[in-house]
Design a protein around this ligand. Structure first.
Ligand SMILES: Nc1ncnc2c1ncn2[C@@H]1O[C@H](COP(=O)(O)OP(=O)(O)OP(=O)(O)O)[C@@H](O)[C@H]1O
Ligand SMILES: O=C(O)C1=C[C@@H](O)[C@@H](O)[C@H](O)C1
Ligand SMILES: [Mg+2]
Length: 173
C-alpha cells in the first residue's frame, strides 16, 4: 500500500463524508474523527450557535484550528471534513501534506434529499436550499477535485459499497 494512511474525506453537504468515514475507519482499523463534531465538542456548542454568535468566519477559524490539531497528532486517522473546509488555502495545504484525500461526489438533487430533515446546517436554512447548494458546488467542485487523490460517486451506491470502491482505489494507488 503506497498511500498516506491518514485519510481525509472532502465533498459537499450530504455527500456522505460522516457516514462513509466512520465505516471506512472501521475497515482500516483507524480512529474516526468528524471535524464538525470535534469543533462542537471543543466549543461546547453546536454549529448553528457558532454561526449565529461568531458568524461563518468565526466557524472557519475554529475549523482550521481543529483540522490542524487532528492531522498534526501522530496517529493515522480517518477524518470527515465539513463541506466548506476546502475553501481555505491553509486547510488545503495541511490536508495535502498529511493525508490521502478522497472526494465524495454527489448530485445537488441527492444532497437536497439527504440534508432535508437536518437543521444542523446553517447555510441551508433558507428559502431556496437548492440554489445555495448549486452556487456552493460551482465554487467548491474545482477545489475538491484539485485536492483529491481519489474521487468516488456516492449517488447510486450504498455506503457499504462506497467503502468497497474506496478500498479498491486505495489499494491501487
Ligand atoms: N451512499 C449513500 N446512500 C444513501 N444515503 C446516504 C449515503 N451516504 C450518506 N447517506 C445519508 O445521507 C445523509 C447525509 O450524510 P452525511 O451526514 O454522512 O453527509 P456529510 O457529507 O457528512 O454532510 P456534511 O458536510 O453536512 O457534514 C445521512 O442521513 C446518511 O445516512
Ligand atoms: O458546506 C459548508 O460550508 C458547511 C458544511 C457542514 O459540514 C458544516 O461544516 C457547516 O454547516 C458548513
Ligand atoms: Mg458530515
Amino acid at each position: 500500500m503506497h498511500y498516506n494512511h491518514t485519510i481525509v474525506l472532502v465533498g459537499p453537504m450530504g455527500a456522505g463524508k460522516s457516514t462513509i468515514g466512520r465505516l471506512l475507519a472501521t475497515e482500516l482499523g483507524l480512529n474516526f474523527f468528524d471535524s464538525d463534531r470535534e469543533i462542537e465538542a471543543r466549543c461546547g456548542a453546536n454549529i448553528p450557535w457558532i454561526f449565529d454568535k461568531e458568524g461563518e468566519e468565526g466557524f472557519r477559524k475554529r475549523e482550521t484550528q481543529t483540522i490542524a490539531e487532528l492531522l498534526e497528532a501522530p496517529d493515522n486517522i480517518v477524518m470527515a471534513t465539513g463541506g466548506g473546509a476546502i475553501l481555505k488555502p491553509e486547510n488545503r495545504d495541511i490536508i495535502g501534506k498529511y493525508s490521502t484525500v478522497i472526494y465524495l461526489h454527489t448530485t445537488v438533487a441527492q444532497q437536497l434529499q439527504r440534508t432535508a430533515k437536518d437543521k444542523n446546517r446553517p447555510l441551508l436554512q433558507t428559502e431556496n436550499p437548492e440554489a445555495v447548494l448549486k452556487a456552493l458546488f460551482e465554487v467548491r467542485d474545482p477545489l475538491y477535485r484539485e485536492a483529491a487523490d481519489i474521487i468516488v460517486n456516492t449517488d447510486r451506491q450504498s455506503p457499504k459499497s462506497v467503502v468497497r470502491t474506496i478500498m479498491k482505489k486505495l489499494n491501487s494507488l
